[in-house]
Design a protein around this ligand. Sequence first.
Ligand code: SF4
Length: 438
Amino acid sequence: MLGLARDAGHEFTQDPSGADVLVVNTCAFIDSAKQESIEAILEMARHKQDGSCRRLIVTGCLAERYRNELTREIPEIDAVLGTGEIPQIVQAISCAGPSANAAPLACFKSPIPNPKSLPTYIYDASTPRVLATPRHYAYIKVAEGCDYKCAFCIIPTLRGHYRSRAPESIVQEARTLVAQGVKEILLISQDTTFYGNDRHERHALARLLRALDTIDGLEWIRLLYLYPTTIDDETLAAMAECDRVCKYIDLPLQHASDPVLKRMKRPGTRQHYDALLTRIRERVPGVALRTTFIVGFPGEAEADVEALCQFVNDHGFDHLGVFTYSHETGTSAFALEDDVPARVKAARRNRLMGLQKRLVKTRQRDRIGQQARVLIEGPAADHELVLKARLATQAPDIDGAIYLTECDPTSYRPGDFVEVQIVGARDYDLIARPVGSA
Ligand code: SF4
């Protein structure tokens, strides 16, 4: 949307009070995300009274899911674009131009038929892009949609069936980004290991990784959002053999107790997951494992939580996220009783995160004295004399980081690679000092 708007001649501002048009891109996955999205819309709506805003546009999953409710409850909204209507952003913005008064303000409040973008829009290498990330890394969406039916999840309803982009388009986009200074690309989708299956292409992800691995100037390729039944040995082999592919597996497992997995309509069992994690570690030596779980799913008993804690204890994940279950209309789990009280859900989440913190602490201490290559992110948020950086085993935003002390911060720029020695550890983060450029 940013790229399309820029190419149509619009300028961006960081100051909402001075903007002619405000676009709120929303999420509707879980309750807290919906709440955050609505608060952002209401906050931006105020600029119609006390700022220069003439048009408020709401886009994304909340727009897709609650189009009618949003326009009914928040009259300040002028246009709503669902997940298939991204190219219409230019038309929606231009209604706010000098001829705004002549434009029917409600023109986008009903879904717009768009044969090119249905069921959900996915861009390609020719779509203009403006990076919303720092200049040295970028996300590339390799597919859109999802063919699974996890009981708690509304995404397939909002995003439609899985559709992969052509590999040439992804490689071309990566080349363009690298020419602009990007050092790390993160391949994302709802299920990245399903890539190519909808096009009946076998081992498409492994081939894509090998093609990306040949791009000069690209340093790190990271895969996010893998699925337990579609990780094949070819992908693991490509990960192990390609130097630029980070030895990093992000595999949301959601739970590890068999009865809960079954009710969640997730594939596999605790036994399958044990075997899978062992296979991953054998095939990709030194791999960092990240997973996420949901606690408080309907019917989850203390014994299920105990089994989950045991699983975490047994596998020693490098990175772990825990969400509390959100009871969403439109999902099949909505027919079940949301019978775990909110405070119990929170306590179970805290229990798991406390366990993870203790496990990580021991492992982090073992790393002191080791050397590693890190990517500089820039000055640390709370200390300008300290630099924030990442290891290849740490993804931006979601994982811990590594902080560099005993160095002149002005000698390094974001996107530089530096060889460091680890000198300390704090919870999920590490502390290091440079020993040379990498
Ligand atoms: S695989 Fe992911 S996106 Fe698809 S239904 Fe399951 S949780 Fe939702």
